[in-house]
Design a protein around this ligand. Structure first.
Ligand code: ADP
Length: 627
């Protein structure tokens, strides 16, 4: 029996074999499971252990080799060789093939009736591959978590902002970072286990209630502005944010508070300075306004919205846009301020003078230009007034000098001859007395003319010149004026050349007569005796053109326009003894222009001059003539 008992029959042996095989598989799976669950073994070591174990689980362990290839890493038994006698299974991680596990017999195994690997072995390898996939997946998730925990921990510890973890239940501090310790002044030991209220951290209990309410309603707080108190009693403005987290199953709050006291102060200073500044301030990017302060808006007359994105140059007077461009460019290149003065056309069409300096700044993370403008309109107005006043004073003293000089000559003639007549009356012949009286008479005329000219000049400049117009036969007027001039200028030949049927003009006869007298007297004055003075008149379009032509010395080209300026006289003539104050042509110009006409001079030096003026032919007068 015992012999029988020890001797195993073929059926029994087959069963034992099968049992052995299963046992080996189970053992292998168990070992793998225990390796998988073992703590403190790296994934690398786990794979190495598993690969070695795996080979032993197969039917012919002596010739079995194994290899695991996963995510580019290879783990294999020392004897591993890739022979044709193999079985393999894919390792799937998160739904994709991440590697393979292979068993290779390094020698041809003993002949078997069936396949090289049994069905059970295949199933086992599949189970192992699945297990390896699960290990990898788990490990990857663990690593990711660890990595994020590490990152969080680093961020928490090294944050420049005060961070704390408190319990949600009673608000006790569980953890604080170094910045929290630095900012609050409380050590870690003083903080942990206590609440912010116990640390007297809230300056306004209202702030705390508000934050608690927000956290309850929204689950988080985002940049709430609150007042905190430190251990030393100093208060600061903090921007408080908090999120809910679970730590070890306990609902907690992680909070961060940023001290924005300085930022707030500088913002307030900037706001106050910019808002109350008497200077117009703007910030410009790509030539477009991005910020303007109230004073800038006041100067330009436009509102903040109207100015936003508007080009600064669109507000600048066209004549000044180059100055603004170049001064801005210069300042930016040279990095030294180059103030410039320019005109702004404001919304109401008024001109505002401003003085501007610019400097480069960064705004919203980009390069920008900060401009300051001072309204100097008043100053410019005063400057102009000062210049005008200086000009006026100069003119007055010039006028006084000329007037006194011009008055003295005829006055001394009058005084001289009247004294002579009075002193020597009985001794003078009647011819002598007559000559003296003629001189007195002429000088009186000259004086009267001077005074008239001065009065006319002041009237014109004060805008008080009034014309008393009436329809006038111009040909007749010219003839009369010429005839009288012939009597005055005995040694010149006064000729008239008038077109037929000249239209009647609506003019102030007295004033046009004054113009003609003046021009003819000049022609006589500035041309040698015996020469001709030609007065001509003709129609030219809608105007009448009157010319006074002489054969005198002429007027240099560069002085053809200046002779119409007030008190302008050609230098050479000043010493040539011909008297005058340089007011005649100035008055003529004023009178002609008051009539709506123009006056100008043409001349060939050495041959003579032509002074011409036009008078408009009024349509009403023309119709009158037709009727
Ligand atoms: P004035 O009192 O000096 O004549 P006007 O205003 O009449 O002043 O003339 C200004 C200046 O123009 C004169 O001083 C003279 O030099 C020049 N001028 C005016 N008319 C003539 C002319 N017909 N020929 C040459 N020079 C002239």
């Amino acid at each position: 029996m015992s012999g029988k008992k020890t001797e195993k029959g073929p059926r029994e042996a087959g069963t034992k074999n099968a049992l052995d095989k299963h046992f080996k598989e189970l053992r292998c799976l168990y070992d793998i499971a225990s390796i998988t669950g073992a703590p403190d073994i790296s994934l690398h070591d786990r794979f190495l252990k598993i690969v070695n174990m795996l080979a032993r689980a197969f039917q012919y362990p002596g010739i079995a080799s194994a290899r695991i290839t996963i995510n580019g890493n290879e783990f294999k038994t020392e004897n591993y060789r890739n022979t044709g006698h193999k079985i393999s299974a894919d390792i799937i991680v998160q739904g994709t093939r991440a590697g393979t596990v292979e068993i290779d017999y390094i020698k041809t195994p003993p002949k078997t009736d069936n396949d090289l690997f049994s069905k059970e072995e295949r199933l086992m390898l599949d189970a192992v591959a699945e297990r390896l996939g699960a290990i990898t997946e788990h490990r990857q998730a663990e690593e990711a978590l660890k990595e994020s925990e590490e990152k969080f921990s680093v961020a928490f510890r090294s944050s420049p902002y005060a961070m704390a973890i408190t319990t949600q239940k009673d608000g006790r501090f569980i953890e604080v970072n170094d910045s929290h310790i630095r900012v609050t002044g409380y050590t870690r030991e003083e903080t942990i286990g206590r609440t912010s209220t116990e640390l007297n951290a809230w300056v306004n209990p209202k702030d705390r209630r508000r934050v608690v309410k927000i956290l309850k309603e929204k689950g988080n707080a985002d940049k709430e502005e609150v007042q905190f108190r430190t251990k030393s009693g100093k208060t600061y403005t903090g921007q408080f944010s908090a999120e809910k987290i679970n730590i070890g199953g306990e609902p907690c709050l992680i909070s961060v508070s940023v001290d924005i006291t300085e930022q707030k102060q500088s913002q307030e200073i900037l706001q106050t300075v910019s808002h109350d500044s008497p200077l117009g301030i703007y910030i410009m990017q790509d030539e477009k306004l991005q910020y303007t302060n109230p004073q800038f808006q006041k100067i330009t007359g436009y509102g903040q919205i109207e100015l936003l994105d508007r080009e600064l140059l669109s507000l600048v007077a066209i004549e000044d846009s180059d100055v603004v461009r170049s001064s801005t460019a210069f300042t930016l290149q040279e990095e030294s301020p180059y103030p410039c003065e320019y005109r702004i056309l404001n919304k109401n069409g008024q001109v505002k003078w401003v003085m501007q300096t610019v400097s480069p700044i960064r705004y919203g993370g980009h390069e920008a230009i900060l401009g300051n403008l001072m309204d100097i309109t008043e100053r410019k107005y005063l400057e102009r007034k000062v210049i005008e006043y200086e000009e006026l004073s100069k003119m007055k003293s010039d006028l006084l000098a000329t007037v006194s000089h011009e008055l003295r000559t005829p006055l001394s003639t009058i005084k001289g001859y009247s004294t002579m007549i009075l002193d020597y009356f009985s001794r003078l012949s009647s011819d002598e007395t007559k000559d003296y009286l003629i001189s007195i008479d002429n000088s009186t005329d000259r004086l009267a003319k001077l005074v008239d000219n001065l009065l006319d000049t002041s009237r014109m400049e004060a805008g008080l010149l009034k014309l008393d117009k009436s329809p006038t036969n111009i040909s007749q007027l010219i003839r009369i004026v010429a005839a009288e001039a012939s009597i005055r200028a005995g040694h010149h030949k006064i000729i008239t050349q008038l077109s037929n049927r000249l239209p009647r003009l609506s003019i102030d006869v007295k004033r046009i007569r004054q113009v003609l007298d003046n021009l003819i007297d000049n022609a006589i004055k500035y041309s040698p005796q015996g020469t001709e003075v030609l007065i001509s008149a003709k129609k030219s379009g809608r105007e009448l053109l009157i010319s006074i032509n002489d054969q005198g010395a002429g007027i240099p080209a560069e002085e053809l326009t200046s002779i119409f300026d007030r008190m302008y006289r050609i230098e050479q003539r000043l010493s040539s003894g011909v008297d005058g104050m340089g007011l005649g042509l100035y008055i003529c110009q004023g009178l002609v222009e008051a009539h709506g006409g123009r006056i100008w001079a043409e001349s060939t030096v050495g041959q003579g001059s032509i002074i011409q003026f036009t008078l408009p032919i009024a349509s009403a007068v023309k119709r009158k003539i037709k009727r």
